[in-house]
Design a protein around this ligand. Structure first.
Ligand code: ZN
Length: 164
């Protein structure tokens, strides 16, 4: 088990030290969305290029900015790599799956039913994102890990609202 923890730590540090898709896109046409986690001081800025003409919307490019702890910045990097090139539907599936991953431990502690959460995770390949599952042992850090995903969700919602 400690071997796996070491691997997870390596993956998180790799994304923190060499964040993927760092930069800016001209906005507009790109959509700029920002989020802040006051508990930790994390800040995430996303630039989303979404082509609404294709497949109900495709995230053609993602750039990220912001600053904060290693968990928030690694999660931002992993999220950007995971959703780039994906359809809006697939991106939303990833958001649900990642949030399920972050809440499974909590619902187990509360003795709750994790059936729905399991369904959200089923068949979704999270790849590097699984490295963040250790975060659920530290509830205060969960908001660090989910910040980028909440910002992404906000960006997708705004895009769909403005494209009708
Ligand atoms: Zn943080």
């Amino acid at each position: 088990m400690s071997g796996l923890q070491d691997l997870y730590r390596e993956i998180i540090l790799d994304h923190y030290r060499a964040p993927r898709n760092r930069g800016e896109l001209p906005a507009p046409p790109a959509q700029k969305v920002e989020g802040f986690n006051p508990l930790c001081g994390d800040e995430v800025v996303l630039y989303l290029d979404i082509d609404v003409e294709v497949d109900g919307g495709v995230v053609t490019d993602v750039k990220t900015g912001g600053q904060g702890c290693s968990i928030s910045q690694a999660s931002t990097s992993m999220m950007s790599a995971a959703v780039k090139g994906k359809s809006i539907d697939d991106a939303r599936t990833l958001i649900r799956a990642f949030k399920a991953l972050m809440s499974i431990h909590e619902s187990k502690l509360e003795g709750g039913d994790e059936g729905d959460l399991g369904a959200d995770l089923e068949g979704v390949r999270l790849g590097d994102l699984e490295a963040l599952q250790g975060v659920v042992k530290f509830p205060v850090r969960i908001k660090c890990a989910t910040l980028a995903w909440n910002v992404l969700q906000q960006g997708l919602d705004e895009t769909e609202a403005s494209s009708g």
